[in-house]
Design a protein around this ligand. Structure first.
Ligand SMILES: Cc1ncc(COP(=O)(O)O)c(C=O)c1O
Length: 503
């Protein structure tokens, strides 16, 4: 028996008979977003999960609205009104960039055509476009013609993929419990996660100390390599970071590469954040040495102004990618590879995979790499100006000057007569409070982190539209909230309100 909804259901399928409906739906959707973006005077509404959750829970998913306009009206309420808008110049929190319009066009095209980049027979030109972009990125890194790689869902997956290849390349008889990965204490947590997923032991990731500018100390790495070797352990990879998440610091790549070459250890460079330098005309030299890596992570969705997701893992010797290959009769039998059919699934950890590369393709074809690099250079310039501003401001203490675009700092409550000598805990609590109070106001969104056990605030500047006035304004707001905590709330410490904001 045919369902009574069969006719209407088919009207929602995207095909030659429904293109008018597609055009209308896309136009309606983009008009709503455009309207929101035009009207947004702050990056966030400040909504709390407690307020939003009941609205979403109350929606009856068994009762469809049958109408795009009605669904979009509802979406205003449950999502668009309260979303966090990265395009706003006072969004200064995490490594999320505003996105460029050619990439949004790419996003619309790729989801409508819906290619899957696992096999040639599900993508055709998409596969070749991705390959060209991998070749282009490898060229920017300085890899030779043997290089290869694949797009991934993000830096976490790229790092996992690289470490999987490193483990296989170590070709060791050593039990997984003896394998070690060395990174700096400022390396990204996804390195630990990857080690865990790869079945290495709980002590597998060894961190070495950083210098005052939060860069891995090569001497400490040399000592660690030696120590591990003498302990009969196998260092399967060193992970250097080109753009640490908190400080934007770039590990000294040439020195680290030399140590890895001498020790015969796989060098992975996590350039998830710093990859924007690949297209910078003024700062490309900061990545010198990256071409000596065995593998590199690049996150286009961090510093190439691309929508999530867009990342890639690249290897200097493409042959290493074979370690992730699996040939399934139904999908990519070995004979296809022998016939030269370009199936990207042979290189990827994923099977069905989005054509994210299209966003970068249209970005390069419309804007060109120099224009992307200019945008990135601008945010790096702005971060340098912001550093000078904060360093000269007696209300704040700043940790280090970033070569990229972060700023880690904190409010230092002045010793006032009402409080006597103010302790470190008060400074911690005041900064935690200031961050949350600012987010709740929606006027700006900033991040936080800890440095040597103390709570700090963090700006990640990725929007060229953010002015120094925006930065100064946000600093004033933060100082106001922090001081309010010191004056009015700290004396009540332990009360439910204060406990809530500082938990
Ligand atoms: C240095 C670094 N590596 C890796 C990652 C993980 O990237 P993703 O969030 O795209 O998985 C991040 C994320 O912030 C990062 O900063």
């Amino acid at each position: 028996m045919t369902s009574p909804h069969a006719g209407t259901a088919r009207a929602h399928l995207f095909n030659d008979r429904t293109v008018e409906g597609y055009r209308r739906a896309m136009a309606e959707g983009s008009a709503r977003v455009a309207d929101r973006i035009r009207r947004a005077d702050r990056p966030f509404s400040g909504v709390s999960p407690e307020r939003l959750a009941p609205e979403i829970a109350a929606i009856d998913l068994e009762r469809p609205l049958h109408d795009h306009a009605a669904a979009l009206d509802e979406l205003e309420r449950v999502y668009l009104r309260d979303a966090v808008y990265f395009h706003h110049p006072r969004y200064l929190a995490h490594l999320n960039c505003p996105v460029v319009i050619p990439a949004l066009l790419g996003e619309a095209v790729l989801s409508a055509v819906n290619s899957s980049l696992d096999t040639w027979d599900q993508s055709a030109g998409g596969t070749l476009i991705e390959r060209r972009l991998i070749e282009w990125t490898a060229g920017r890194i300085g890899f030779g013609p043997a290089a290869d790689g694949v797009f991934t869902s993000g830096g976490t997956q790229s790092n996992l993929h690289a470490l999987l290849l490193a483990r296989e390349e170590a070709r060791t008889e050593a039990s997984p419990a003896r394998l070690r990965v060395i990174t700096s204490e400022a390396g990204h947590f996804s390195v630990r996660k990857a080690a865990n997923l790869l079945g290495l032991g709980p002590d597998a990731v060894v961190t070495v100390e950083t210098d005052d500018e939060r860069r891995m100390r090569p001497a400490a790495l040399a000592r660690e390599l030696d120590r591990r070797h003498r302990a009969g352990q196998v260092v399967m990879a060193v992970v250097a970071t080109a753009g640490t998440t908190d400080f934007g610091s770039i590990d000294p790549l040439p020195e680290i590469a030399a140590l890895c070459e001498a020790a015969g250890v796989w060098l992975h460079v996590d350039a998830a954040y710093g990859c924007g330098l690949l297209v910078s005309r003024r700062r490309r030299h900061l990545l010198d040495g990256v071409e000596r890596a065995d593998s590199v992570t690049v996150d286009f969705h961090k510093s190439f102004f691309q929508p999530v997701s867009s990342s890639a893992v690249l290897v200097r010797d493409g042959a290493a990618l074979r370690h992730a290959a699996h040939h399934a009769d139904y999908l990519n039998p070995r004979r296809m590879a022998e016939r030269g059919i370009p199936n990207q699934v042979d290189k990827s950890l994923q099977t069905t995979r989005r054509f994210d590369a299209l966003k970068l393709w249209l970005t390069l074809r419309v804007m060109g790499p120099d224009a992307v690099g200019e945008l990135f250079d601008e945010v790096v310039d702005r971060a340098a100006e912001a550093y000078d501003l904060v360093a000269a401001d007696p209300r704040f203490e700043v940790v280090t000057r970033s070569p990229l675009s972060t700023l880690v700092f904190r409010y230092l409550p002045p010793d006032g007569p009402r409080h006597g000598g103010l302790g470190r805990k008060l400074a911690d609590d005041a900064n935690l409070y200031a961050r949350e109070a600012l987010a709740a106001s929606g006027e700006a969104v900033v991040a936080g982190t800890t440095v040597d056990g103390r709570h700090y605030l963090k700006f990640t500047l990725l929007n060229p539209e953010t002015t120094l006035d925006d930065v100064a304004h946000v600093l004033d707001l933060l100082a106001g909230h922090a001081q309010r905590y010191v004056d009015d709330l700290a004396p009540l410490a332990g009360s439910p309100e204060v406990t809530h904001v500082c938990s």
